[in-house]
Design a protein around this ligand. Structure first.
Ligand SMILES: [Zn+2]
Length: 132
């Protein structure tokens, strides 16, 4: 009787251990999946709008240097692309805030020239690939 009591206890302990190990393995597997899944940036596009209407969509992934002369509401806004980034280098606005904003190359930081109603922003699609 005594021996069977202990063996039952051992079985119960073994089952609890198995549950613990299984859940630990599951946690490790989930953590690895999260760690190995990195956002892979696809092509980035610079969008230029005047008065909320799109006038240019520029592929920034080829890194080339280009000039765009955008007709703003108060004159020409001279945009320039280099090394996958875009900025305004000449504008008719009085304060030149848009020029002072420099070049942008990431999503979520637009350049605005309020005077000319020009907005430049970066748009891109990130795909999630598992790399092992
Ligand atoms: Zn400006």
């Amino acid at each position: 009787m005594k021996a069977s009591f202990f063996s039952n206890l051992d079985k119960k302990k073994l089952r609890n251990d198995l549950i613990l190990i299984t859940s630990l393995l599951a946690v490790i597997a989930i953590s690895l999946t999260i760690l190995l899944t990195r956002p892979k940036p696809n092509k980035l596009y610079a969008k230029i709008t005047v008065n909320n209407s799109l006038v240019e969509s520029i592929d920034l992934s080829d890194q080339s240097e280009r000039h765009y002369y955008i007709n703003g509401t108060h004159g020409v806004v001279h945009c320039h692309t280099q090394n996958g980034s875009i900025g305004i280098i000449e504008s008719t606005c009085p304060h030149k805030d848009c020029i002072n904003m420099g070049y942008i190359s990431t999503v979520g930081r637009p350049i605005i020239c309020a005077y000319n109603a020009v907005l430049i922003y970066i748009e891109g699609v990130a795909s999630y690939d598992i790399e092992i």
